[in-house]
Design a protein around this ligand. Structure first.
Ligand code: 4AD
Ligand code: MG
Length: 482
């Protein structure tokens, strides 16, 4: 007999004579009521065991975490909270779970820290089941959005020789031995003898390769893992994260902002429409978590309200220069509450400043644009008519409440001469990026794109507060378990 998913059983429109459900026991109450979950939905199905006619030996084996198969009748439930339940006729223990040893005991309310250490089992909790289903639906929504608009999905390389962001925070990829490393005459590592016969690293962004495809296919997007060896042990940074990078030929910065806003609103709407049960649960979790915070730190909106707010309101577009003025005059700046005091135009914005703008000043998502050229990457388009010494580039960052930067992007420098000039100034190897420069040598045109950190999106939608809780097996400094 084929088993039916719990979700389908709970959504049944009639009672059913004989059904089979398989899943894991969440709880077993009164020697009679199994709350069974199979991951298809956050909701458990109640399975009522005929304990008088079930051997004690079997009853003892119905423990939290055990895998069971039940065959029985789907009947209307007398209990509150569920429409249907299974009156069990036959129960089989598929896999035992020692109650003394199984770490995820609902009664103990395991902490998020404890669950992180048990990342392989935490997905058996309601919370992580909900998060990971929402994550899955969001990634489908990403593809849906771009595919419907005729974007081509491009798989850019994971191993690459280029440092797209010029930030130098890369994991090296090598097959060379650490002892007896081959050296050149001047004592440097001889990468000529390495697997790729050159220095390589894990990609920090697929953008540069993506641009070459956009300059042929028009509209492309990537969606893949990216790696950064930045030693920032924060609740917003991962060493391995997933990034979505659309790149569009003939788009300027305004088009880029429109695309990013429309895209983000679409995927959030998609999650709201398709993950109701999970999001409702996560909203409750967040409320619970916030109770332990002082009033001033609690968010003003509940999760669903916050998500709807983002759908219903335009993102506020603010130039870097306006933002600096706002920050300079802000109370925390004057009272020296910021760790980094904003004195002058040109200062790089820290997350405390971004969060002030979004959470205290504008109270909505913000798109900051036209940043100083020298705090942004080499490939961003220099603005026409900027004052000497105050050059700005057509960059944009999207800032979200509770998250900070969720998107970074720009219009690209399409003028060969200007780009070369910039690369020279930053001592970027032209030889190494010759292939990238070809996009500017042959048929160059205005184009723009952005990168959205997928985990930051999942953080926002699920209302979780630590990025380690929205990716199955997080990689952070000092942590690569599993
Ligand atoms: O702002 P970033 O560094 O931009 C780029 O990589 C560009 N090449 C994108 C482009 O224009 N195609 O990164 C883009 C986004 C950030 O806004 C953030 O959401 C996310 O990627 N991100 C991280 N997410 C988690 N952990 C990290 N260590 C992240 N670093 C960046
Ligand atoms: Mg950025």
């Amino acid at each position: 007999m084929k088993h039916t998913k719990v979700k389908d059983l709970l959504n049944s429109t009639t009672t059913l004579q004989e059904v089979n459900a398989k899943g894991w026991v969440r709880t077993f109450r009164n020697n009679q009521f199994i709350a069974l979950n199979d991951g298809s939905t956050i909701n458990n199905i109640q399975c009522v065991v005929d304990f008088e006619n079930t051997p004690d030996e079997t009853l003892k084996r119905i423990t939290t975490g055990a895998a069971v198969s039940v065959i029985g009748t789907l009947i209307e439930s007398k209990g509150a909270g569920q429409k249907y339940e299974i009156q069990v006729n036959k129960l089989e223990i598929l896999g035992d779970s020692d109650a003394e040893k199984f770490p995820i005991q609902p009664k103990n309310k395991p902490s998020l820290d404890f669950l992180r250490e048990n990342a392989h089992l935490r997905v058996r909790t309601n919370m992580f089941g909900a998060i990971m289903r929402v994550r899955s639906v969001l990634s489908f929504a990403v593809h849906n959005y771009f595919q419907q608009k005729g974007f081509v999905y491009v798989n850019t390389p994971i191993i690459t020789g280029s440092d797209a962001e010029g930030a130098g925070e890369m994991f090296k990829v090598t097959a060379l031995p650490f002892d007896n490393t081959p050296r050149t005459e001047d004592g440097k590592v001889n990468y000529k003898e390495d697997f790729f016969e050159k220095e390589t690293n894990l990609t920090v962004s697929g953008q540069l390769e993506g641009e070459t495809y956009a300059m042929a296919l028009g509209q492309i997007y990537t969606f893949g893992p990216t790696f950064r060896a930045e030693n920032s042990n924060t609740s917003r940074h991962l060493a391995e994260f997933w990034m979505i990078e659309p790149e569009v030929a003939f788009n300027n910065l305004d088009d880029n902002m429109d695309l990013a806003e429309d895209f983000i609103q679409y995927v959030i709407k998609y999650a709201l429409d398709n993950c109701q049960d999970d999001l409702k649960f996560l909203e409750g979790r967040l409320l619970e978590e916030e109770k332990s915070k002082p009033q001033a730190e609690r968010s003003e909106m509940a999760l669903l309200e916050k998500l709807n707010f983002v759908l219903e309101n335009n993102f506020k577009r603010v130039s870097y220069t306006e933002a600096i003025d706002i920050l300079r005059d802000s109370t925390p700046n004057k009272k020296k509450k910021f760790q980094y005091i904003i004195n002058e135009w040109g200062a790089d914005l820290q997350s405390e400043h971004e969060r002030y703008l979004v959470e205290k000043h504008f109270k909505c998502p913000v798109i900051l644009f036209d940043y100083p050229a020298n705090i942004k990457a080499f490939y961003m388009r220099l603005n026409d008519n900027t004052e000497p010494g105050r050059e700005t580039v057509r960059a944009m960052d999207i800032l979200f409440p509770g998250i900070g930067e969720i998107v970074g992007g720009s219009e690209r420098e399409e003028r060969y001469d200007v780009l070369i000039e910039k690369m020279k100034a930053l001592e970027i190897d032209e030889e190494e990026l010759s292939w990238y420069l070809d996009t500017r040598r042959f048929g160059s045109a205005t184009h723009a794109g952005f990168g959205l950190g997928f985990e930051r999106l999942v953080l926002f939608v699920t209302g979780m507060t630590n990025i380690r809780d929205v990716i199955p097996f997080p990689r952070t400094p000092g942590n690569a378990e599993f």
